[in-house]
Design a protein around this ligand. Structure first.
Ligand SMILES: Cc1cc2nc3c(=O)[nH]c(=O)nc-3n(C[C@H](O)[C@H](O)[C@H](O)COP(=O)(O)O)c2cc1C
Length: 158
């Protein structure tokens, strides 16, 4: 069974809640999902999953340093993550507070790894974004992101 790793950093629980919603949705599609705090991740684990989904609170319009460190450490596996499915999500305090730039910064690193990123023409275009704790809209977007990541992995696996 294909496996997806959902990694998050979260100080006050908002991004963590999004990670949990995404993980549940991946499981509903019949894939395995491990939802982990970035502090519990060893960079080598990235190799073990068909999909990697990363979430960060928005800090000054970009990802928290804890997530950036993981991505910088992942240079150890440059070229080895190619073909894995990637996705990102973020919680910020404000509309226009930089949650989309945060998502794009994470996706940027995934693209450099050669990972496969799918945008969304109907839902949150770049990845799920929340203002604070997920509300009903964000809950749907997280479910949608998890479902789309899982479906893409299944399609690639044939
Ligand atoms: C250092 C720091 C920088 C932040 N920068 C921004 C920002 O640029 N834009 C914004 O809307 N919120 C900003 N915030 C607020 C957080 O993104 C927001 O509270 C988020 O929901 C926290 O997620 P968490 O509960 O997963 O920690 C910042 C918070 C901190 C602590």
């Amino acid at each position: 069974m294909s496996k997806v790793l959902v990694i998050y950093y979260s100080r006050s629980g908002n991004t963590q809640k999004m990670a949990e919603l995404i993980g549940e949705s991946i499981k509903k599609e019949g894939l395995e999902a491990a939802v982990k705090d970035v502090k519990d991740i060893a960079v080598n684990e990235l190799l073990d999953y068909e999909g990697i989904v990363i979430g960060s609170p928005t800090y000054y319009g970009t990802m928290a340093s804890e997530i950036k460190k993981l991505l910088d450490d992942s240079v150890k596996f440059h070229g080895k993550l190619e073909g894995k499915v990637g996705a990102a999500f973020s919680s910020s305090a404000n509309i226009g507070g930089g949650n989309e730039t945060t998502v794009l910064d994470i996706l940027n690193a995934m693209l450099i790894h050669g990972m496969i990123i799918q945008g969304d023409p109907q839902g949150d275009h770049y990845g799920a974004v929340s203002i604070g704790l997920p509300d009903a809209r964000v809950t749907k977007q997280c479910a949608r992101l998890g479902m789309r990541v899982a479906k893409l992995i299944k399609r690639i696996a044939g």
